[in-house]
Ligand binder design. Sequence first.
Ligand SMILES: *Cc1c(COP(=O)(O)O)cnc(C)c1O
Length: 415
Amino acid sequence: MARLSELDPSVHAAMAAEFVRQRDELELIASENYTSQAVMRAMGSVLTNKYAEGLPGRRYYGGCEHVDEVERIARDRARSLFGAVGVNVQPHSGAQANAAMYLATCKAGDTIMGLDLTHGGHLTHGSPVNSSGKLYHAVHYQLDEQTGRIDLDRVRDLARKHQPRLIISGYSAYPRAIDFAGFGEIAAEVGALHVADISHIAGLVAAGLHDSPVPHCAFVTTTTHKTLRGPRGGLIMANREWANAMNKAVFPGTQGGPLMHVIAAKAVAFGEALQPSFRAYAAQVVANAKAMAERLVERGFHLVSGGTDNHLLLIDLQELCSGSEAEEALGRAGITVNKNTVPGEKRGAFVTSGVRIGTPAMTTRGMKTDHARQVADWIADAIHARDDAERLASIRAQVVELCRSLPVYPESEPA
Ligand SMILES: *Cc1c(COP(=O)(O)O)cnc(C)c1O
């Protein structure tokens, strides 16, 4: 087949520029990662042509025998990774997995309870701008602002007061281990269902580096593209009681035809995550985050909760500068992060007082703890030199040199 550069030069040019950006810049967005070439091979395949509404062996279309096999492999591997009874690999994204979970469990107007968005929760946990906040009555627990940690006593008090249908654990910007068993006990006490959204930490759970929520939950939802390092997509799991309702809520409840090419890529990624090398990868992700956190603290930065147990850390910039100023300066130094609210945020959600930093992507390209300490120094230097264009350019040159020495996709350029 002719190359895309010949077939569609304008789309190809933008894709090639993105390839260079990913190659040369230091990606520290905590929710991003680099998939393997095998995952991308599966995604860019003829499976995108196939309609397969329904489940393997029970489809609404003919010609599904091969995609059935693909989806069975994906489900079996997801079960081996997480140990859940019910597994559905069809959600198009993490948000879609959550939409299906709500449809399976709640009626309009029911009360749901998750972590406040500005404290590290997710839009799909009841934000007023998301369907979860429009269709359901959302109440939110907050972190203890002194410790930056979840206080289960507060969660229990709020649950007793509001008697929610659902209690959601799992977050987008929380650097500490989550006590899923503790959430399960609170849910049982108030007659709620406990749901864990492990979108961020799924790879750590799969590797056995974070306690599994599966024994303590009715549902577990996740993305497949963050620490789990698969294609962009979602995955939903349920206990025996809820497995049937889960499948109906995905299709026909919230989606049409599954993306079979993405499901093939999920199968490949789950296969990779079952290998011993993935455990080593996940352990390095955590070690790198710890090394970076320690160095930033040595350099005088304040971290929410003082450090990290997982793949991410949150700098609370306090009076130094805003999150958006830090994001901008780091961008000019070749380091990609995102600004983030901190507990007790005073600057508002668009400016913010923090930056969120994650190690999944840099670890995939082979960086170890000595690199993590070096990167922490560059971050500290760039934030302090945020008004010094020359200094930022010189950090950028060092960042590019390090990144080029550890290429993400050594053998390939985009077709
Ligand atoms: C990323 C994330 C999601 C949403 O995933 P998308 O694939 O972007 O829809 C949901 N919940 C949490 C906790 C997340 O971090």
